[in-house]
Design a protein around this ligand. Structure first.
Ligand SMILES: *[C@@H]1O[C@H](CO)[C@@H](O)[C@H](O)[C@H]1NC(C)=O
Ligand SMILES: *[C@@H]1O[C@H](CO)[C@@H](O)[C@H](O)[C@H]1NC(C)=O
Ligand SMILES: *[C@@H]1O[C@H](CO)[C@@H](O)[C@H](O)[C@H]1NC(C)=O
Length: 276
């Protein structure tokens, strides 16, 4: 089966807490002291490497414009040494717990949120019950990109999952939206326990899809590498296309750096617009 589903169903958003505290864009330090990333293979930078799964992923995370000097560490190796930024994302994971199970182990969104509770407790222990703790968590930026696996590694795999028998596509979209908003509420509740006066602003990140023009990109559907007909991923060991910047997609699911840069620039501009 050749996969044609792109990222239109993906939920991608930024959650910004107390953003009035964002330091000046002119500073050389990162513009936020902490950045938490949740999601799937689009942003997994190592969490799946020790899991039993065929979806090990290692993609550059989403941090360049914000001024981070190095990649945000994956939760799998963060282990309390860093109280600033953590990446919880896991390839093949989804909003629903069972999503991606036919590929092996993965960390579902619900488990990623449990991991974030671990981080918040660590930060609380390190900083104590002081104004600096409130100040620290208050300046954090949250990024989530999730949802495509709930289709490509769940709904559209009726041989493994019953969701397509249970729900029409419209009902399933409503189920996912409901579950995802419960997850967001749990995240906000845990933040509110630490930050009673916090305010939250959602910034929908720009969708990456063939419908959105990206400057310089010529191939909107044709992936850059030769993809496997069964997995939709790049065939191992084959050379990718000579100029990745001309393609929107690297394989059948994952956008190229050029596409990420365009989406990041759009999301970043949107954050600045909302906080100014
Ligand atoms: C933890 O965060 C606090 C407040 O932002 C900072 O002062 C401290 O250096 C951080 N510690 C580590 C180990 O990153
Ligand atoms: C999904 O997983 C979470 C965390 O592992 C668990 O608390 C929850 O009960 C599960 N939900 C369902 C519907 O199985
Ligand atoms: C995280 O902890 C808070 C309490 O601080 C709790 O309300 C919330 O449900 C927890 N989140 C998850 C996903 O378990």
């Amino acid at each position: 089966m050749v996969f044609t589903v792109r990222t239109h169903e993906v939920v991608a958003l930024f959650l910004v807490v107390c953003i009035s505290l964002l330091p000046s864009a002119l500073s050389t330090a990162p513009q936020v002291p902490c950045f938490f990333i949740f999601g799937d293979s689009i942003v997994d930078n190592g969490n799946n490497n020790r899991l039993k799964t065929t979806t090990k992923v290692n993609y550059q995370p989403y941090a360049e414009l914000l001024g981070f000097k190095s990649a945000i560490p994956p939760f799998a190796t963060a282990k309390g040494t860093n109280n600033q930024s953590v990446n919880y994302a896991s390839g093949s994971a989804g909003i629903r717990n069972e999503t991606g199970k036919q590929l092996g182990q993965r960390i579902s969104m619900n488990e990623q949120l449990l991991h974030h509770n671990v981080t918040v407790s660590r930060i609380a222990r390190l900083l104590g019950n002081t104004p600096s703790r409130k100040d620290h968590l208050c300046k954090c930026l949250y990024y989530m990109v999730v949802g495509s696996n709930d289709y490509i590694n769940n709904y559209f795999k009726p041989e493994y999952y019953s969701t397509s028998k249970k729900y029409s596509t419209k009902e399933y979209a409503a189920v996912l939206t409901r579950e995802y908003s419960q997850q967001l509420k749990a995240l906000i509740k845990s933040l509110n326990n630490h930050l009673p006066d916090a305010q939250f602003i959602y910034v929908p990140a720009l969708e990456l899809s063939e419908h959105i023009p990206v400057p310089g990109i010529k191939f909107l559907l044709k992936p850059c590498c030769e993809v496997s007909k069964t997995t939709g991923l790049c065939v191992r060991g084959k050379d990718p296309c000579p100029d990745r910047a001309l393609h929107l997609f690297f394989d059948n699911f994952h956008p190229t750096s050029a596409a990420y840069k365009a989406a990041a620039a759009g999301a970043y501009a949107e954050i600045l617009r909302l906080i100014q």
